[in-house]
Each structure stands twice: as C-alpha cells, then as structure tokens.
Design a protein around this ligand. Structure first.
Ligand code: PEP
Ligand code: MG
Length: 325
C-alpha cells in the first residue's frame, strides 16, 4: 500500500470530474520538511512554530528563530509554507514562560492571547519571519483568534515590524499574506467582518470541535463521544465554506479531520479545496480524491446534512463503498 502511495505521489490530486484538491502537510520540526517532497504535497499548510520552542530550555532569540525559519523556507523551495505564530499555552507551556497553574488551560492564557499581552514575543517572532522570508513570499497565521479586534491587533504588530524592517533596509518579503486560524466558535459569528480583513482562513478543527461540543480534546473518557462527522459540526463547516466563497477568501482546514479519508471526503463534499494533514495521510487522501466524483458527492452531503443522527459516518462509509471511493 505504502509503495502504491509513493508511486502515485506525483499524480495530481484531482477528482474524477476535474476538481483540484490541494493537499498540504502539517509540520513542526526541520525533520518534517523532507516529507514535503516524499508525500508530493503542494506545501506546508500549518507550520507549528511552538514545536521548536518546546524542545529548548530557553526562549530562542530573533537570530536563532530567523535561522530556523530560513532553513525551512530554503528546504521548501517554491512550495508555500504557512507559519503559525506561537500556539503555546493549554498543555504546551514551556517552563520559561509558565506563570501559574490554570484551572482551564485550554480556555486559558494561550496562543495569541500571550502574543498580544507580551508583544515583544510576537514582535520578535514576526521580525524573525520577515527576515527569514527576505525576498520570498511570507504566509503567517495567528492561532486562537476569538475576536476580529484580536486579529487586527496582531496584524498591526506585523505592520509595525514590516515598517521597522523597511527602515532598517531589510530585504522585505516579496508578498505578505496574513491569515487567521478559525478555531474559536465566537469567530463564526463575526465572519463577514473578519473576511473583509484577512488574506486567508484555516480551520483548526481540533480546537473548533472541542469548543463547539464543550468537550476536552485530550480527555480519553470523551473519546469518540462527539464525532467530527456529526451534522452540527458539518453544518457549521458549511457556513464557513459558504462565507469564504462569498467573500472570495481562500479557505483551508488543518485539523486532524483533514487527514482521515472519510472525514476528508465529507470536507470535499462541503466545498473544502485545501486540506493540510500529517505527511503520512497525504497518500491515502490523494487516493480517495482521485476516486471521487465531486459533484455527485456534493449533492449527497447536501442530502444528508439535515439528519437528526449522532453522526453521518455510516452514511459516508456506505457512499464510499457504493461509489468505490
Ligand atoms: C487545531 O486546533 O485543529 C489545530 C490545527 O491546531 P492544534 O492542533 O495545533 O491546536
Ligand atoms: Mg488549535
């Protein structure tokens, strides 16, 4: 099976009726980057910058960060890399940042909240990213955005750093694209405002699902209790797809859902055209994409979305079986 995926890695990720589905990988360490070539993915849809921070004993300075990001961009070559700013907090707080224990770390002082409260950290990171891009395109996204004003504040920090870089004579990125993760439900109710301000959106379905169902993503007692293929989850995702299409804002999904063929099938039927996943999932998802009729699938998803069932998983599995997906 693995050999077949390797063989097919240069085949286009396109449905039987000609719809391109762009497959990206999620990465967090330098050793993940070669997977880009091995999997045949078109880019890194989520580079989790907190991973290198977690494995160190102290906060890396701007130069160290810049070298790291430069290295990733060098290795990725012409392929797009979307850097997510630090998503520490929750269960991933480096010892040198921790201030106190929190009652509800997933709902706590994390990600962009830390970045906005400790702007020097965010500034240093954006400075390093700008320096690393130097003449190349730069794609940055912010995690755990709950309000449009938080996105605006983060983008203002980016603009400040760009201005500083220009004044210092730094070779600026050839193109700058600033987006947001969509993983906090409050943002769903600010979509029109949000979409007029962002360059792209990437759905973090892991957190979005956890907050949507108020169900801890790491609690084994809740494992499987709520399904990402539940009608509520899919209908929510559909509103995001429709709003982004209407506003003409590029949309991706980079949570675990994207990497499981049956979930990815549902996402394509909902209208997602960019999926970012662990490198090992690219082969299986590409094989699924190449065997599916997108238009027929879209109609099928539409027809089952209003179900009252706990999950649409069995319907999707039957569809996949009947249509030899
Ligand atoms: C997510 O929440 O879906 C996501 C991609 O981010 P992380 O898993 O790093 O929280
Ligand atoms: Mg997340």
């Amino acid at each position: 099976q693995r050999a077949a995926y390797m063989r097919d890695r240069s085949k286009p990720s396109v449905t039987l009726d000609g719809v391109d589905i762009d497959l990206f990988i999620n990465a967090g360490l330098l050793i993940d980057v070669p997977h880009l070539e091995e999997s045949g993915a078109v880019g890194i849809g989520l580079y989790r910058t907190e991973v290198p921070f977690m494995v160190r004993s102290g906060f890396p300075n701007v130069d160290e960060q810049q070298k790291l990001y430069q290295n990733i961009l060098d290795q990725a070559g012409d392929k797009q890399v979307v850097f997510r700013t630090l998503d520490i907090g929750g269960d991933k707080i480096p010892s040198y940042v921790r201030e106190s224990e929190e009652e509800n770390p997933a709902l706590g002082w994390r990600a962009l909240r830390i970045g906005l409260d400790r702007p020097y950290m965010l500034r240093q990171q954006l400075r390093a990213l700008i320096g690393a891009a130097s003449g190349r395109p730069l794609h940055v996204m912010f995690p755990m955005v709950a309000e449009v004003s938080e996105f605006d504040a983060a983008r203002a920090v980016m603009d400040l750093e760009l201005k500083r870089a220009a004044e210092k004579g730094v070779d600026l990125p050839s193109q700058i694209s600033v987006g947001t993760m969509l993983e906090v439900p409050a943002l769903l109710f600010q979509l029109p405002t949000l979409l007029s301000r962002v360059d792209f959106v990437s759905v973090g379905s892991n957190d979005l699902q956890q907050f949507l169902f108020a169900s801890d993503r790491g609690n084994p007692k809740l494992d499987g209790r709520y399904d990402p293929l539940a009608p509520g989850m899919l209908r929510m995702l559909k509103t995001v797809v429709d709003a982004c299409a209407e506003a003409d804002v590029p949309l991706a999904l980079c949570g675990e859902m994207a990497g499981s063929p049956l979930e990815a099938l549902a996402l394509i039927g909902l209208g997602f055209r960019r999926l970012s996943m662990n490198a090992s999932s690219v082969g299986p998802v590409r094989a699924m994409v190449r065997s599916v009729q997108c238009e027929n699938l879209t109609g099928f998803i539409e027809s089952i979305m209003n179900s009252h069932h706990h999950s649409l998983r069995s319907y999707l599995a039957s569809y996949a079986k009947d249509h030899k997906v």
